[in-house]
Design a protein around this ligand. Structure first.
Ligand SMILES: [Zn+2]
Length: 259
């Protein structure tokens, strides 16, 4: 299946299940609003303590179905070794040209895990390259996971392209967001998408606490979503930052009560 249609929103992340944790509700909300959404995972999870890369591929496809994304792929960057190299920038630039997103969601540029903050810089620099008209990406080969047949493929026209807007998902880092997206109506499905990674989250024997069991995952995810929701007066929300200054036309239409 091929299509020359472009994505409205592409979320880029280091690991499978990052998007489900940081901006899955937002992606689902956009899809429910009629937008075409996609996810690019840079690694396949082969270094994960639990589960194989194959198991995580099946889980990622199920999570994609729940979040109603039109497109999802995983590149072949080594798990735990996401590096900002020329080759990696070219690979991501090629995906940007193929999928032509209007909005790109990147991880926040600081964090505990080097893969996360490196993905942020790598994604930004790839967008810059993707817009250079003299850069030929036809020879850049992408080693990608086989596509789930119900997810759309794109024709490789490879014309220069940059996303209009880049926003950063900040959930992994303790930083005050610039805006949040109300995901109250999407929260339960977004939680299901995260729990689709059964190899990571299934209940296990007591005494082993490396990965939290389902009930604990639910409690943690809900507490964070409630916190960000509380900041703007909704039940559940996901946090973001943009580097640009916001633009307002009508002062009387600015949401979120001050007093
Ligand atoms: Zn991660």
């Amino acid at each position: 299946m091929t299509s020359s249609a472009s994505l409205d929103v592409l979320a880029l992340a280091a690991h499978r299940d990052d998007v489900e944790q940081t901006c899955g509700g937002t992606l689902l909300k956009m899809a429910q609003g009629g937008y075409r959404t996609g996810i690019l995972d840079l690694t396949r999870g082969e270094m994960g303590t639990r589960g194989t890369a194959e198991e995580r591929a099946q889980e990622a496809a199920e999570a994609a179905r729940l979040l109603q994304v039109s497109w999802r792929r995983a590149l072949d960057l080594p798990d735990g070794r996401v590096e900002n190299t020329w080759e990696n920038r070219l690979k991501i630039a090629r995906v940007i040209r193929e999928t032509r997103p209007r909005v790109l969601i990147l991880p926040y540029w600081q964090g505990r895990h080097p893969d996360h903050y490196t993905t942020s810089i790598l994604g930004y620099e790839a967008c810059f390259l993707a817009g250079l008209s003299k850069l030929d990406l036809a020879a850049t080969r992408l080693q990608v996971e086989p596509l789930d047949p119900h997810l759309a493929a794109f024709s490789a026209e490879l014309e220069p392209h940059r996303p209009f807007k880049i926003v950063y998902a900040t959930l992994y880092y303790d930083v005050r967001p610039g805006f949040v997206v109300d995901i109250t109506a999407q929260f339960e499905t977004r939680l299901d998408a995260l729990l689709a990674y059964a190899s990571q989250y299934k209940d296990q024997e007591p005494g082993k606490d490396l990965f939290p069991a389902r009930a604990e995952v639910r409690g943690r995810v809900e507490a964070l979503a409630r916190f960000y929701g509380m900041l703007v007066g909704v039940t559940y929300a996901e946090p973001f930052l943009q580097k640009e200054v916001g633009l307002v036309d009508d002062l009387t239409a600015i949401p979120v009560k001050s007093i």
